[in-house]
Design a protein around this ligand. Structure first.
Ligand code: ADP
Ligand code: ZN
Length: 292
């Protein structure tokens, strides 16, 4: 085996698949994006992309939207399982790609992959327990616990933590499963639905942001109380509103009210060091793990 084998990574998202070839963040040889259409069409494009590379990859990592089956011992390992996304329920993503590309494949949730990427090359380096949360079209969280990607019976769904609505907030949350949950109240589409404008158009002074920070702070507080993470890494489109970081630090500290000690808040609640590439780089890190 070469010292730095060439790796393939896929961030399989509900709107786009991002594919990369390389050995790490400073050696990305190819990067491509394909819209998520039908499984057949999307996976064919992905296979074509990897087959056309000048050098073959030694292993492939996939971080996928879900719910997924991340248990290597399960007969449906590597499947997207019960997703409401039309056409994608019970799709064998990892198996299809392994058979077509004939390489070992590692598979996990998109957010666990992003957490792994941050652990390997980003803001989670040197930590044993931390959470990566994305706040975008949906909200999802991955966790490294005791140095390993955390799974359970299936995998955590931190975006659906149930959140009490503020007394003066009379707009129900939009989650089709729970109404008022973190994703139903504070994801990009939730913000747009609640305020009648796309989230990126709301200026930092808009009252929406104080409300979003409140709901996110409740979610983060519950994650802190459950996992005692050494750091919370917050990515996704909504966190491009960088004024949310100081608001969240202040509100999380207020919610906890001195009950638990926290690390320095400036280094506790941070953006991903790998930025919007955490997911696809995490997929490369997954591929690296499968060769280790
Ligand atoms: P996805 O979650 O689909 O992978 P993103 O993480 O980019 O993709 O999240 C997209 C969501 O984030 C959309 O709802 C979009 O409106 C919102 N968003 C993107 N950029 C911003 C921004 N600068 N400010 C606020 N919301 C944003
Ligand atoms: Zn929900």
């Amino acid at each position: 085996m070469a010292e730095h084998p060439l790796l393939g990574g896929i961030e399989a998202g509900g709107t786009k698949f991002v594919c990369a070839v390389g050995t790490g963040p400073n050696d990305l040889r190819a990067l491509a994006r394909f819209p998520t259409t039908t499984p057949d069409e999307t996976l064919s494009r992905v296979i074509d992309f990897f087959q056309k590379q000048p050098e073959p990859i030694a292993a492939l990592g996939i971080g996928s939207f879900g719910p997924v089956d991340p248990d290597p011992a399960s007969p449906t390992y590597g499947y997207i399982t019960t997703t409401p996304k039309p056409g994608w329920a019970h799709t064998d993503v990892a198996g299809t790609l392994r058979r077509a590309l004939n390489v070992p494949v590692a598979f996990d949730t998109d957010v666990n992959a992003a957490a792994l990427g941050e652990h390997r090359w980003g803001a989670g380096r040197g930590l044993h327990t931390f959470v990566y949360l994305t706040i975008g079209t949906g909200i999802g969280g991955g966790a490294i616990v005791n140095g390993r990607r955390h799974h359970g019976h299936q995998h955590p769904e931190m975006g659906h933590l149930l959140i009490p609505r503020l007394p003066d907030d009379n707009r129900p949350g939009i989650c089709p499963f729970h109404g008022d949950c973190l994703e139903g109240l504070a994801s990009g589409p939730a913000i747009a639905a609640r305020w009648g404008r796309p989230a990126p158009e709301l200026p930092p002074s808009h009252p929406a942001w104080d409300q979003v920070a409140h709901y996110l702070a409740l979610g983060l507080t519950n994650l802190i109380l459950t996992l005692s993470p050494q750091r919370l890494i917050l990515g996704g489109g909504v966190m491009h509103q960088t004024h949310l970081f100081p608001r969240l630090r202040q509100k999380v500290a207020a919610c906890l009210n001195g009950y638990v000690t926290l690390p320095d808040l400036e280094t506790f609640i941070v953006p991903p060091a790998l930025g919007d590439r955490a997911g696809v780089l995490g997929a490369l890190a997954l591929a690296e793990e499968v060769l280790a």
